[in-house]
Design a protein around this ligand. Structure first.
Ligand code: CA
Length: 233
């Protein structure tokens, strides 16, 4: 089965070039030049990866990404034309998996798509191999169910974004070890992600707000000055 790519881009020439090149690489492609239509298409087409331009008529790519993130974990590669957009993609609430700055080469885009899909396959394989036995990591009132990708705090299911979950899982599996931001970036976001350490800091802050009883005085995710973070459990 060919892997599916949804291209959301309103510049007709670029949209067509992207679709042409992706099809040439063997992907199944759907295109949209409009944010709202793209959301509908994502729901029905079930893409394996979404290429999402930020500047779109109607709802912009940030909003499209935010809406999609609430209902699916499909990786999203954002296209940006402006430096001030990069800060929002990398650091804040958007939840994209990667981004490319316009103009970019088709070769670069294809490399990114391949890398994203490879990561998704690895995660799926890891999940499948976990299916045999439910794997639980338990730290007092915090339980991570690796099989179901679910986190419970006081038996209540927490709503975590995909990257928050992956970050927590990674740190929990390396409990007690000091993990540098670079190491975390590489393992949770992938070697090809061009974000910086702020991405890790922001996600740690979000996680603390969800799993620490006092986020300002964390007991679970400890900041190790000049070194990174340590998960205490
Ligand atoms: Ca555009």
């Amino acid at each position: 089965m060919a892997e599916k790519v949804l291209v959301v881009e309103d510049e007709k020439t670029l949209q067509e070039t992207l679709a042409y090149n992706l099809k040439h690489q063997g992907y199944k492609v759907e295109t949209s030049g409009d944010g709202k239509a793209a959301i509908e298409l994502a729901r029905t087409f079930h893409p394996d990866v979404i290429i999402l331009d930020i500047m779109l008529p109607g709802i912009d790519g940030f909003e499209v990404c935010r809406i999609l993130r609430q209902e699916m974990t499909t990786p999203i590669l954002m296209l940006t034309a402006r430096d001030d957009e990069i800060d929002r993609i990398v650091g804040l609430e958007v939840g994209a998996d990667d981004y490319l700055t316009k103009p970019f080469s088709m070769r670069e885009l294809m490399a990114r798509i391949k890398a994203i899909l490879r990561r998704v396959r690895l995660i799926r394989e890891e999940m499948d191999s976990d299916e045999a036995a439910t794997q639980l990591l338990t730290f007092d009132n915090l339980t991570i169910n690796l099989t179901r990708r679910e986190v419970l705090l006081d038996s209540q299911s927490l709503s975590l974004k995909p990257k928050e979950y992956e970050l927590l899982m990674f740190m929990a599996q390396h409990r007690g070890q000091v993990l540098s931001r670079e190491h975390i970036l590489e393992r949770v976001w992938g070697w090809d992600f061009i974000g910086d350490s702020r991405t890790v800091d922001v996600h740690v802050r979000w996680l603390r707000e969800k799993i620490e009883s006092e986020p300002a005085d964390p007991k679970r995710i400890i900041t190790v000055r000049g070194a990174g973070y340590r998960f205490e459990g």
